[in-house]
Design a protein around this ligand. Structure first.
Ligand code: GLN
Length: 198
């Protein structure tokens, strides 16, 4: 088309789009003028330089990761250093051990944390909290939806933010995880932080 110029961003982010809250993540990257595509197949995965695993239902995502034949290729890319940002259910998928999961539920064992699903109790199934994040000069509004709790962290894991006594944002090498939904905050700073590591 004449007169339409598409600025090509240097990097391409993938948002795992099997189930759950993937669209809002894609929008945040768009706001940051970074190309983000939905990943549903190994061919999609091959195109991306980094991956977001969104919130949703981790048991369902685990099944869909198998049926889409994405589990193996993602696992391999993670070992090769693919930067991945897992939020809520995405954090569960990246963890080493899942408490209160389904027996057949898979995880990538990509970050040395144990997580407990739906750990914040029924009355506060969903809540918001202003959290302080290392290197941010003002608090971040964290939205927790049937959130998992990090119940233990290995020595290689860096805690980047707390809510009460709980670590709610953590990083180990190429893996960043949040137990909340950063894409719902109308605040692009965590996506920017992730992009810095890409
Ligand atoms: N409770 C969900 C699970 O176990 C996670 C909730 C979310 O991603 N908002 O997968």
């Amino acid at each position: 088309m004449v007169g339409v110029s598409h600025k090509k961003s240097a990097i391409k982010i993938g948002v795992l789009a099997l189930q759950g809250a993937f669209e809002r993540h894609q929008k945040v990257f768009l706001e940051l003028s970074v190309e983000a595509i939905q990943v549903r197949t190994p061919a999609d995965l091959a195109k991306v330089d980094a991956l977001v695993m969104p919130g949703g239902e981790s048991t369902t995502m685990s099944q869909l990761l198998e049926s889409s034949e994405l589990f193996g290729p993602i696992s391999l890319r993670i070992k090769q250093g693919l930067p991945v940002f897992g939020t809520c259910a995405g954090m569960i998928l990246l963890s080493k051990k899942i408490l209160d999961g389904r027996d057949d539920q898979l995880s990538f064992d990509a970050i040395d944390i144990d997580v407990q699903r739906n750990a914040y109790g029924r009355q506060i199934d969903s809540f918001e909290a202003e959290i302080e994040i290392d290197s941010f000069d003002s608090p971040f509004n964290a939205v927790f939806i049937r959130a998992p709790r990090i119940v233990s962290l290995g020595p290689e894991v860096h805690a980047l933010a707390y809510c009460g006594d709980d670590v709610v944002l953590a990083k180990q090498e190429n893996i960043l995880v949040a137990s909340f939904h950063p894409e719902l905050a109308n605040d692009v700073r965590l996506h920017e932080l992730f992009l810095k590591g890409v």
